[in-house]
Structures are given as C-alpha cells and as structure tokens.
Write a protein that binds this ligand. Structure first.
Ligand code: I3P
Length: 132
C-alpha cells in the first residue's frame, strides 16, 4: 500500500501515549510483564518512554519538567522492530522492539491506525540510522 507523498518526508519526531512493557534487560529475560501507559517520544534516533502518561498534548513534543524523568530510553541504532508473535502477549497490535544491547520492549495501542504510524516512524528511524 503506497504512502501519500507527504508521509515520505524526514519528519520522524513523534509523541503520544502508548502501552509498553520491558521484557528483557541486556539479554536477560524479565519474568514478569508490567504494562503501563506511557508518554512516548521519538526524537533524534532515540525512543523515550516516560514514567507518566498524564501529559498535555498541547505541549507537543516538549515535556513539562514535572514529568521529565524518562523511565527507559532506547537508542534505535542497531535496534530491530517487528510485530510481536501471538505467544508474546494476549493483546492486539503489539510491536516488539529489541535494542542493540539486548533489551526488549513490547509496545501496544488498541488503535491499529495509531500503532501503525508508530511502526512506520520507528522502522524508518532504524533504517535511516543504519544508512548513515
Ligand atoms: C500478567 C499480566 C499481563 C499478561 C501476562 C500475565 O499477569 O496479566 O498483562 O500479559 O500474560 O502473566 P500478572 O499481572 O499476574 O503478572 P499480556 O497482557 O501481554 O498478555 P503472559 O503470562 O501470557 O505473558
């Protein structure tokens, strides 16, 4: 399915609330999943999950200092992204992101349209970093 031309620009920066959980830490699988809704920012080849989801969209990509503590930052260079296999989660629309250092995250949104735009943006970010 072809993208309209305006989506082919290099604007990768994106922010919004996603459900996420970390499933592995530097190659070591975590035993329990803890899903939480998180303000998520894709900027400059780094995906940042903040602790909190209660952030005003009016702030755009800017994060009020009150909520500015990132919980996880994922360097996209050398990372891989795929749709999670069904055995990884009972949820729908789940992406699996593996960082170069062997950490893994599941990323989910009930809206297929919303998760698809994240899929596209993160995949494009990974691809552009590998092409540098
Ligand atoms: C887990 C929790 C997770 C669920 C996981 C459960 O239970 O319900 O949301 O993952 O399923 O084990 P608990 O809260 O007791 O830790 P999904 O929502 O992604 O399915 P799993 O054991 O199949 O990974």
């Amino acid at each position: 399915q072809a993208s309209p031309p305006e989506e082919k620009t290099k604007t990768l920066d994106k922010a919004g609330v996603l459900h996420r959980t970390k499933t592995a830490e530097k190659g070591k699988r975590l035993r329990k999943k803890h899903w939480s809704a998180s303000w998520t920012v894709l900027e400059g080849g780094v995906l940042t999950f903040f602790k909190d989801s209660k952030t005003s969209a009016a702030g755009g990509l800017r994060q009020p200092s009150k909520f500015s503590t990132p919980e996880y930052t994922v360097e996209l260079r050398g990372a891989t992204l795929s749709w999670a296999p069904k055995d990884k989660s009972s949820r729908k629309n789940v992406l699996e992101l593996r960082s170069r250092d062997g950490s893994e995250y599941l990323i989910q949104h009930d809206s297929e349209a919303i998760i698809s735009t994240w899929h596209k943006a993160i995949a494009q970010g990974i691809q552009e970093l590998s092409a540098e």
